[in-house]
Design a protein around this ligand. Structure first.
Ligand code: F6P
Length: 360
């Protein structure tokens, strides 16, 4: 038996389903090997690593958590933008993370997170720490992996929301907007929208034209469909707004009177069509509850492969998924890039063939 491997683990950024399943996968793989391991669970994301707030975890801590949503370690957002700025007490955050890593004589850090998390993970790698990451987020917007865990569970929840809206929309003959999370990308809306049979899907990658949305609703009215369902990404944007510079858009949003784009659209559609319009926002329910079976398997696989990399001493990678294979992707290729839906993607083309309007 070799020396003890000391592994630090943390979950950072917005939570999602299957974080626990992924951590369990890593630990199960390590515990099943002949290696002796010590697991240091840093609490509340990078904050735990900065301030040395951790719990020693044993194999028993990881039993019974495969099906549990959330994260047993807690999480928080530590913006990358300000990671090099000292905190309110003057603590140098990057230096503090490195010091804690070395003080605990860690062999590596396993970091579970999305986009922002990966930028900091890559920074720590550049600073000389051994890092392995796992791709979590309901948004599925992480570069270097075809899929992130949490995504399929969120698709299920958003789809359920659209399914439920179907019956009430039909009873009342209303137009319904279901606003779906996803930050700046449309993966979740596109998939839940198709799964839920939405008539119109609006995603940030395809700026919408209100006239096209109205004409689709009127066409449905003329054809005797008494209701219309729109799946609208929280980041959906009109063609006019998409033309604005970042500065102009920011300026415009200062006086924005709606809670989100869906409410603005609802008002515009009601005015243009005379149809009654309602908005439903499933919000953070999309990140909550148990991981779906797909995510349990998927996160366990990625976790196990992360454990295998640790056993081989291979660091500096995200464990991702490409062309139906689990792969290791160099962290420098992942950090700072957004994986968006291409307007030319075959799924978009097929959705259009089904008669779904993207309002574009
Ligand atoms: O990144 C996951 C996500 O749920 C996005 O879809 C959403 O825009 C954001 O996080 C919400 O963040 P918060 O939990 O901080 O409100």
């Amino acid at each position: 038996m070799g020396k003890v491997k000391r592994i630090g683990m943390l979950t950072s950024g917005g939570d999602c389903q299957a974080l626990n399943a992924a951590m369990r996968g890593v630990v199960k793989c390590l515990v099943n090997s002949k290696e002796k391991v010590e697991i240091y669970g840093f609490l509340d994301g990078y904050r735990g690593l900065i301030y040395g707030n951790f719990r020693m975890l044993g194999g028993h801590d990881f039993s019974g958590i495969l099906t549990k949503g959330g994260t047993m370690l807690g999480t928080s957002r530590t913006p990358f933008k300000t990671i090099r700025e000292p905190d309110e007490k003057g603590v140098d955050k990057v230096d503090a993370m490195k010091q804690n890593y070395y003080k605990l004589r860690l062999d590596c850090l396993v970091i579970l997170g999305g986009n922002g998390t990966h930028k900091t993970a890559n920074l720590l790698r550049e600073e000389g720490l051994n890092v392995i990451t796992l791709p979590k987020t309901i948004d599925n917007d992480l570069w270097g992996t075809d899929m992130t865990f949490g995504f399929q569970s969120a698709v299920n929840i958003a789809t359920d929301a659209i399914d439920c809206i179907h019956t009430t929309a039909a009873s009342h003959g209303r137009v319904f907007i279901v606003e779906v999370m996803g930050h700046k990308v449309g993966w979740l809306t596109l998939n839940a929208g198709m799964a839920g049979g939405a008539d119109i899907i609006l995603i940030p990658e395809i700026p919408y034209d209100l006239k096209k949305i109205v004409s689709k609703i009127e066409e449905r009215n003329r054809n005797g469909s008494s209701f219309t369902i729109l799946a609208v990404a929280e980041g959906a944007i009109s063609k006019e707004d998409a033309k604005l510079s970042k500065k102009e858009y920011k300026e415009k949003m200062k006086n924005y009177k709606y809670p989100s784009v869906s409410y603005e659209l609802a008002e515009q559609i009601q005015k243009a069509t005379g149809n009654e319009v309602r908005v439903t926002v499933p919000g953070h329910t999309q990140r909550g509850g148990s991981p779906c079976p797909y995510d349990r398997v998927f996160a366990s696989r990625l976790g196990a492969e992360a454990g295998a990399l640790i056993l081989k001493g291979e660091y500096g990678f995200m464990v991702g998924y490409k062309n139906r294979e689990v792969v290791k992707v160099p962290l420098e290729e992942v950090a700072g890039k957004l994986k968006m839906v291409s307007p030319d993607a075959s799924i978009v083309k097929e959705a259009k063939l089904l008669g779904i309007s993207f309002g574009g």
